[in-house]
Design a protein around this ligand. Structure first.
Ligand SMILES: Cc1cc2nc3c(=O)[nH]c(=O)nc-3n(C[C@H](O)[C@H](O)[C@H](O)COP(=O)(O)O)c2cc1C
Length: 152
């Protein structure tokens, strides 16, 4: 199985988590990594399992690159039928009313575009005292187990 990591970031945490994911599973799976800002929804390949990792900025918004991807997906109305994905959001509970809303918005649009979500959305709270990888890598184990069950 090929895994495509797509990140949306302002200060690099989401990209670093994707790097950690590749360090963990890169020997077992063929992985690619790209910024959502440089990704066109119509280029997504159903042969690849995508893991979206994005933070939240502004007032519950996506980082600028991820927002470009979101706007393209919404305006082009790309049909993502056949595509499978998981999503992990980074946020901070200091922003209580908009906590991790960027990843939530992207998740909802991907589902509305007919992509199939595997597992639950993972979430990291920057105020929780743990690093994103402390939460993200165990979450990834759960996602990979779900995929293995599907393939069994
Ligand atoms: C100016 C600013 C606005 C933010 N707004 C939100 C927000 O509305 N909701 C939220 O959950 N986190 C918010 N955050 C927290 C970031 O999402 C969090 O720090 C995340 O780890 C950053 O990841 P990144 O480096 O990949 O962008 C904000 C951070 C900054 C600096």
């Amino acid at each position: 199985m090929k895994i495509g990591l797509l990140y949306g970031t302002e200060t690099g945490n989401s990209e670093l988590l994707c790097d950690d994911i590749i360090d963990k599973i890169g020997d077992d799976y063929e992985c690619s990594i790209a910024n959502l800002g440089e990704t066109n929804p119509s280029d997504l390949d159903p042969q690849i399992f995508y893991i979206f990792v994005t933070s939240t900025y502004g007032n519950g918004d996506l980082p600028s690159g991820a927002a470009e991807f979101y706007d393209k997906l919404e305006s082009q109305k790309t049909d993502l039928r056949g595509l499978r994905f998981a999503i992990f959001g980074l946020g901070d509970m200091v922003f209580e009313y908009t906590f991790a809303q960027g990843s939530e918005k992207l998740m909802e649009l991907l589902k509305a575009s007919n992509a199939k979500m595997v597992g639950e959305r993972g979430i990291h709270d920057a105020s929780c005292g743990e690093m994103p990888e402390d939460v993200g890598l165990p979450w990834l184990d759960g996602i990979l187990s779900e995929i293995a069950l599907e393939l069994a």
